[in-house]
Structures are given as structure tokens and as C-alpha cells.
Design a protein. Sequence first.
Lengths: 232, 255
Amino acid sequence: MSHVVSVGYQVGIGRSQDHARQMAQKPIAIIGCVSLDQFSDEELIAQYFGTENAATRDQYVNELFRRNYAKVGRWCLRFTESRETAADLAQEIFTKVYQNLSSFQGQSKFSTWLFTIARNHCLNNVRSNARNAAELKGDVEEDFLDTVPDGALSPYAMAEKESTARMVRELLNEALDPTEKTVFTLHYAEDVSLATITHMLGLDNQSGAKAYIVSAKRKLARLAQQRKARGR
Amino acid sequence: MSDREIIKSALASTPDCLSPEQLEAVASSENKDHPHVRQCPRCQAELSLLQSFESSEALPGEGAAVAWITSDLDRRLDQIKNPSRSIEVRARSAAASSWFARLFGTERMGFAVVGAACAVIVVAGIVILRSSKEPDLRASLGNQSEVYRSGTVQVIGPVGDVQEKPKTLDWQPFPGAQSYKVEVMEVDQSVLWSTETKYTTVTIENGARASIVLNKPILWRVTAIGPTGKILAVSSTQRFLFREHAGSNDALPPQ
């Protein structure tokens, strides 16, 4: 993007909108044409709040959004089955961002703030989908309980006996690889269906996220047995 | 306590878990070994999601869809910034198009129109009763070019025998349609899946797609809906059949 605007302000991100405005309104020595490409996302926000002219303000926020369309679109696409639904989700996210832009405090990068909004919005959308809830129920029943190896001590039963989530967390951390941890977190902590996780993480193996759950369970059972043998 | 609840509590966020800002700091630091992250599977997962969001790397097959979404979002920029205005505009156009509501808007006008309607009915009744002549038969009714009927939505596909499970349903735009209702049905016309879209293509949802199995006919139709919710046109009911295609995993019957 190479929009050129005829403003030249010192840019910066403060901890409040007022601060941002104050920072942005200090003229700098270089006055002339400034390409929006030169601004970081955070600087664009500071300029947005520091500019009175509505048309110029719009240019800053338009540029900010355009830079992040692909990022948010890609993220939404992984939560949905179609590009149309993904575009609708992305639109809602950007509307939320636009309406809450003044609450961006500059304590993180804009993209991290955007991630928080996109993550929560998409997860809420997935959870609020009734069909998804039904799928999830199915996943749990058939993927989780039926695949416990016969005669093996369930790590979950062991953890329940000791009544400690810390123990299970430790087991999960020790036994699982990074992808399995992500699959477990999304499925069990965030209630995301296995089908959505498969799509979201781009898992191209035949059974998708289900295979990761099954393999993770085996690892957990093995580790639990080892610990039991060691008398832990 | 069920297995699921135990796992859920183990993966729940704790006070020690890192905020997105802290995760960002870990992600951007050279030494990514944070003491809490090292032992917390949840924070590791969150970090991985953040990195995936930040990464501009597209998964296979994503590129074209992302490009489409990007240009679509650019077209929607005004709606993004003025979501209520776009709703208001829709509401205004719906109200403006309701001439019937305007006509019957006042009580006096309402009575006048009802009275006029009654008079017309009485006169028409008298004319019909007094007429002994049989109605003319109009030869031109057989000529299709003179038969007026509502338009139909023209379907692109899938239609007939298909060698791969279709992923999308496509049709031609219908003039004035604000949205389209799409129904996928069994041969007995029981609806397997339906959805509404403002585009002329729709991706078949996985659940419905799972119902498309070998040698089983599937029906579908599209209804064009106007800005006020009025049905403008309906496509004829389409039928397609997924036939076996060597080398296609989708051709395998469900387990």
C-alpha cells in the first residue's frame, strides 16, 4: 500500500488515547508527503487518534485494516467451512476492532490485540454453534472413553484419585508433543470440535485431530504406568 | 468427575498463565524458554496459536480463499465502520418499498379502500351471475411464449452424475435477489441441510457432505429472496448422483 497523505506528525503509542493524541499532534521537522507504508500498525492508530480531519483519519484506519485482512481472513477460514462465512466472521472482528480501537493501550503489538479479539470471537462462534456442540459430544464419547487400552491404568483415573489438576497438567506436559497439546487444549479446554481443530491446524493426516487425541491418550497411559511402577 | 472434566480443569487458565502481551514477549524474545510456559501445556498451546496467527504462511489450498476474503473485506469496509448504518439503509429501503403499508397508512383511507373493494366484488358478482355465455377458450394458452410465470433461478451445478463429491453448489445470480436460500434434500425431499447466503455459491457443510454417499441421489434447490424477504424465484429441483471414481478416497462408503 502506498497511500500518500500530506501530514507530518511525530508518532507514538501511549498508554491512553489522550496520550496517543498528545504524542501524535507534536509536529516534527519533516513536513511533507508521508507514505502510510512507513507507519507501523501502532503508529497508524496514534495518527488516527491524533488527526482531526475525518478523511485523513479514515485513511489511517483503512490502511491498518487492509494490512491485517489476510491475517484475520486466514484465521477465520480455519474456523469455518466456507470463505463466505469466514468473510462474515472477519467483518464482525474488524467491526469489533473499530468500535474498541480507543481501548487499545499500546501495551502489546496491535497484532497481538487483534489476535485476542479474533481468537475469542471465533471460539465463541464455534461454541455457540449448536451443531458443533452435538459433534463435540460425539467426539468425547467415541474418541476418549472407548480408546482406553484394556487393562491400562487411565491417567485420568489416577489424577482423579489424587484429586489434582496439577498432576494431570504435569502428565500432559511431559507426554504430549506440541501439536497434541494444542489439540488437547482446544478440544478439552475450549470445547472446539475435532473436525474444526483438524481444519484449523491444517492437520492433513487421515483422521485429523482424532488421531492426535488417540495417540496422546496412549502416551499418557504409558507414562502413567511408568509412574505407577516407580511408585510416584 | 469425568475424564473430560479432569482434563478441562488441568488445562484451565491459572493465575500464573501468561497474558497475550506476555506471550508476545516470549514469542519475540530470542530465548523462548519461559519457566511457566515450559511447564504449562495451555500456555504452550496459546503461544503456538499466537505464532500461527502472526505467521503469514498459508496452508495448502488457502491462498485463493484468503485473497477472495481480503478483497471482499475491502468491499465491506464501509459496513465494517458503520454496521448500524448498513442496517438502517436496509430497513429504510424495506419501508420505502412497502407501498401497501403507505396506502393503508391512514384510517380514513383504509375504510375508503375497503368500501371500494366491496363495491367491486358486488358488481363483479352481478356480472358473472347474469352472464350465460361460457368463457372463451384461449388457444394461445398452449403457446409457452405467452404464458407469464415467475422466473426461476438458473442452476450451474452439480447436476446429474458426478465423479467427485461436490464441495459447492453454484447458480446464476437472480436480478434483485438480496439472498438465496439453499436446501439439500433426500430423494423424498426431506431436508438434509439448508442455509442462506448472499452469494451465488455455497460450500456444502461437512455434515451434509457426509450424507453424499456413493450412488445415492441428492436433490437441491435455490430460492431467491428479495430485500423485504419476499420470495422472488425458485430453481427447479436439481438432482445429482455421486458415482464411483477410481482413486478417490471420498468414494469409500462410510464406516
